[in-house]
Write a protein that binds this ligand. Structure first.
Ligand code: ZN
Length: 318
């Protein structure tokens, strides 16, 4: 693919090739008249190349993604790309980030508000601005997430396997795991794909907690992808990536205290004992047995669970 040096214009500000800038996506008013601006960082080479978006904080309590983008934009090789442009948004959902919550004050999930509307709800407006000011100008993007609801996700990339560009980019990121994740309606990933823009979704760790393995893996994968796009020269050895087509959840058959001795990311076999649920009175233990060969890709860290709760996410071996 050949790239030309085009102008980048965000919220009325022109950023020419060879220049770096910080602009606001837009401003959003809170009930207190407080105005929230969403900072966007742009790093441009003089040499033509792709425009890559690195985005985090779609869910306000998913801190690992925010830390990954923060670390990336403090690096000299990222601030001075050898070609193309990097657009970084460390915290897209500032309003939820401030309250430490996943969703917006009206209960909406920002990642179900796409493509958004100009005069819609807060989520709809942010989604609209992201689509129109940013997605329209990029070639590819990475959306950094963290496991929600006490689930710790082993560092993984979610791709759409029937979209060749998406999977190929995912392989250049070289995560430990690539998981087939079909599009969901009203997500950034699906709406961007409709505009021909490939978005990779990274998941790592657990909400409201730092997970340094996930932070390092997310950062390293992004550097590998940037190297592949010739934006920088830094070499980071690849992971032996495992490709996972299908996943399944092991759910609690009874309520109680959940224990597991298995570690996230480890390989398990059908019939393995993967955990137990104990009642608090010491009278009954329920054994949890793996229904399949596969890799543990997510573990529920909640000690107290109810019948039916998702406990362990398993990526099935082909
Ligand atoms: Zn998320």
């Amino acid at each position: 693919m050949t790239y030309t040096n085009k102008n980048i214009r965000i919220n009325g500000v022109d950023i020419k090739p060879g220049n770096n800038a910080q602009v606001s996506l837009n401003w959003y008013q809170l009930p207190t008249k407080t105005v929230i601006e969403i900072p966007v960082y742009i790093f441009r080479s003089k040499n033509p190349g792709p425009t890559l978006l690195i985005l985090a904080g779609m869910h306000g309590d998913e801190i690992n993604g925010i830390e990954i983008v923060r670390r990336l934009i403090t690096r000299d090789d990222v601030k001075k790309p050898l070609c193309g442009s990097i657009i970084a948004i460390p915290v897209i959902n500032i309003i939820s980030f401030l309250s430490g919550s996943r969703d917006l004050p009206d209960g909406r999930d920002l990642n179900r508000c796409f493509p958004g509307t100009k005069n819609g709800s807060l989520g709809g407006r942010i989604a609209f601005d992201l689509m129109n000011e940013i997605i329209s100008q990029i070639d590819f993007g990475i959306d950094f997430h963290t496991g929600g609801a006490k689930i710790n996700n082993y560092p993984q990339l979610r791709c759409v396997f029937n979209n060749k560009t998406n999977l190929d980019l995912g392989k250049k990121f070289s995560p430990a795991l690539i998981i087939n994740a079909p599009f969901r309606d009203n997500t950034l990933r699906k709406e961007a794909a409709k505009k021909g823009k490939s978005i990779l979704v990274f998941e790592g760790g657990e909400s409201s907690r730092f997970d340094y393995l996930s932070i390092n893996e997310g950062m390293n994968g992004c550097i590998r992808l940037m190297k592949h796009l010739k934006m920088l020269k830094t070499d980071i050895p690849n992971n032996p990536t495992v490709i996972i087509n299908k996943t399944t959840w092991v759910r609690a058959k009874s309520s109680g205290l959940f224990h597991t001795s298995k570690t996230n990311g480890s390989h398990i076999q059908k019939g393995d004992l993967i955990g137990k649920i104990c009642d608090p009175y010491g009278e009954h233990d329920e054994k949890l047995i793996s229904p399949t060969d596969g890799y543990i890709i997510g573990i529920n860290n909640q000690p107290v669970v109810n019948q039916g709760d998702a406990l362990m996410h398993i990526g099935i071996d082909d």
